[in-house]
Design a protein around this ligand. Structure first.
Ligand SMILES: [Zn+2]
Length: 494
């Protein structure tokens, strides 16, 4: 799709239908053991899936379906498209003739290279599960070309310049954020220093690199970037070359963005643009916002631009599973379009997009691709914390982020869920640790935070403990963990 961002809705929708029908018929059904069994079990003929609406006849694929378990450690490999698994006599239509033609024109070796390029997994990364076994997501060489293509689009939407140095501060790990950044820079010939984050290079050396090498773009998790900028300011550093922050891997609120942008004057920066991405591991790429004009300030996000030739995103009511109306809140359901490696059809992300999808022309960049609401609740990141029952009340712990990360008098925070007397049968307790800005009234913060939590979450923290910033940073593992320990569940198991 050369005009991926200029195709009117009806046109790309039609293209999506065609691509989907072909993908299901020629790739997913014949080559995916998991989906072939699922189609057969439900008596659905692959040829009968002709449009996105037809997809609704298929059940959702859940995280439990794809994550390895003690009983079935091989589960993730059943989602990999593998032409060798095709049953005899069930060859996808035309596949035999195509194979013969390719063998004839390219030779057996050439044909095998072509097959390997398409189907042999060469790269994988993991979902960051906290309770389940890590789930691998596989890419083939042709998938990595798609990742690079996506990287080029991200760079276009962010208006990044390929002569400007990017500093990648995402934690080095087999996780999406670090590698998406890597492939974006590689694909767009952008010079980059992939630092590996605090745990690998250390914050001081990352800041030195920005300062000495003239880093223009800094990419990382909102929590870690905030930590870096605050360190820089407290040490009187000047980072005049830096003009863009690219955030990923975590949800970021408007208040948090404003707070990040507000570091600019102290760091000798004229204007700092904050850009966010949305991604989940199984989606294999990230979806970006477009760069807003400088004078927009910290306006609410216009949403994440989707790539309709690479995926199908449906939004459904998380309770009933029925599709929601345009612009309504809904759970994000993902179908990979034309990907090899791990193929997913109607995968439940567990993420809720508040405000749904917009199909209108983007008022900022004038692109026509659909935009997913910028207000997404990453239920999946904290699945086991999501709607945790605390003191008998269902609580969405994600709601702590905007309250605390956006608070101007709080430098860092951590939430610990415990049991009274460390007894698994006793009451739940919420301990909130706060590192306040020097000189502000602790009582005032305490009152403010407690009443806001009470108002928005209908619970009261058992204890609010004030602590020093260095101590809290250690507790959070900012320099030692690959993901900061923002919310921890210390409840003993029964
Ligand atoms: Zn736009």
């Amino acid at each position: 799709m050369p005009y991926w961002d200029r195709m009117p809705y009806k046109q790309y929708r039609l293209a999506q239908d065609q691509k989907l029908a072909r993908y299901i018929r020629e790739q997913v059904y014949p080559y995916s053991p998991f989906y072939r069994a699922l189609f057969d079990e439900h008596g659905i003929k692959p040829e009968s899936i002709r449009t996105i609406e037809d997809l609704q006849r298929l059940p959702f694929t859940t995280k439990a379906d794809i994550s390895p378990s003690m009983n079935d450690p091989e589960k993730p490999s059943k989602l990999i498209l593998n032409p060798k698994t095709e049953l005899e006599g069930r060859k996808a239509r035309g596949a035999g003739a195509r194979e013969r033609w390719l063998r004839l024109t390219r030779g057996n070796r050439g044909y095998q290279d072509l097959v390997d390029d398409q189907y042999k997994p060469v790269y994988l990364h993991f979902t960051i599960g906290r309770t389940a076994l890590p789930t691998p997501v596989f890419y083939t060489a042709s998938d990595l070309c798609r990742v690079r293509q996506c990287g080029q689009r991200i760079s276009q939407l962010f208006k990044l310049e390929d002569r400007e140095l990017l500093i990648n501060a995402f934690p080095y790990a087999p996780h999406l954020a670090f590698w998406m950044t890597y492939f974006t820079c590689e694909a767009t010939h952008t010079p980059a220093l992939h630092t590996g984050g605090g745990r690998i290079l250390g914050s001081e050396r990352i800041l030195n690199a920005i300062q000495r090498l003239g880093g223009c773009v800094l990419a990382g998790t909102p929590g870690y970037i905030y930590h870096l900028l605050r360190e820089a300011r407290d040490n009187g550093r000047q980072l005049p070359s830096l003009h863009t922050l690219v955030l990923g891997a975590e949800r970021v609120s408007t208040a948090q963005r404003a707070r990040l942008a507000s570091f600019a004057p102290d760091l000798g920066i004229k204007h700092l643009t904050v850009l966010a991405t949305y991604a989940f591991t199984e989606g294999r790429i990230a979806w970006p916002e477009c760069r807003p004009p400088e004078m927009a300030g910290a306006a609410p996000s216009l949403g994440y631009h989707l790539f309709p030739d690479m995926e199908i995103i449906e939004l459904v009511d998380p309770e009933t599973g029925d599709p929601v109306e345009e612009g309504e809140d809904g759970e994000i359901i993902y179908t990979s379009l034309d990907w090899r490696g791990t193929a997913l059809v109607r995968f439940r992300t567990g993420d809720l997009a508040r405000g749904g999808i917009s199909y209108e022309l983007c008022p900022n960049c004038k692109r026509l691709t659909p935009r997913l609401s910028g207000d997404i609740v990453h239920l999946a990141d904290y699945k086991e914390f999501e709607l945790t029952k605390l003191k008998g009340t269902l609580v969405d712990l994600n709601a702590f982020y905007p309250i605390l990360s956006g608070h101007k008098d709080i430098l860092e925070w951590q939430l610990e869920i415990r049991k009274a007397n460390n007894d698994p049968f006793d009451l739940d307790e919420l301990h909130l640790y706060l590192a306040p800005v020097e000189g502000v009234s602790k009582n005032k913060i305490k009152e403010e935070v407690a009443s806001r939590i009470q108002r928005e979450l209908e619970i009261t923290p058992t204890k609010i403990v004030f602590t020093s910033l260095p101590k809290l940073l250690k507790q959070l593992g900012i320099e030692t963990e690959s993901k900061e320990l923002r919310i921890i569940d210390s409840r003993p198991s029964t």
